[in-house]
Design a protein around this ligand. Sequence first.
Ligand code: R5P
Length: 282
Amino acid sequence: MIVVGGSASKSLSGELARQLGCKLADVEIKRFPDEECYVKVQGLGGQDAVIVQSTYPDPNIVELFLLQEAVRDAGAATITTVVPYYGYARQDKSFNDGEAVSALIMAKHLGQGCDRVFTIDIHNPSVLVGFAVPVQNLSAMPIIGNWLKENDVDVIVSPDEGSKDRASLAAEAAQCPWDFLQKTRLDGETVEIKPKNLDVRGKSVAIVDDIIATGGTMITAANQLKEQGASNVIAACTHGLFTGGSIPKLEAAFDTVISTDTLERSTSKISAAKAITEALES
Ligand code: R5P
């Protein structure tokens, strides 16, 4: 097996190769003065290639298409494409007439250049039907749960009931209780957000989510949990998208902000490589 690291996922590719005990392919990736992408891959004859490339922002999608073709031409026996952060995952249906269902369109095209695909904590796994090749959605939640356990978290919550499976997965690894946050309208002006069942007084609470973008969901919840007496509040996500410069706002609201390396950020304190390693070795 050989790992082919795309430029969006250099650190994750390196860690994956280290965990698998295999080599990183000799890849040259650069941009021409007009920003078009150039890719050169050599010497993969007969090897099982694992391309790792997040598809965000847009230029990284084109780079992945070029990598898939170049890896095939370099003689790889099989190609697994790992898409750590899957761009466009949140446009998972046509919300209004005429809208492109971007998540499905990406699946259709990304699947064409390889033999199988791994995604990680994709926003809505139902879009995986768009792939014409075998696909598996992995989760970094157990890895996040392990980190939270090492950092003495007492309770893990998801921001809403719809995402409670993520809290449950992380809590299983952390061996702590979990819950989901529930919004209750108290009056025309006030909305209370609190765990459905658990009391957070004096507790270290982690909110886990697939993506943090603007941070709006997380920050509102953190402020309320602190008002409810939480002693420590941690924001943990797989994909630290952090749009609109949300890291300083999140760092002001939380005691700790962590994300994985599916997107390489200053908060990427955890690697998702173990989830990929386990899937490749199973
Ligand atoms: C939404 O369904 C996702 O799971 C995240 O909760 C959402 O994308 C976070 O967005 P933001 O950080 O902008 O609140």
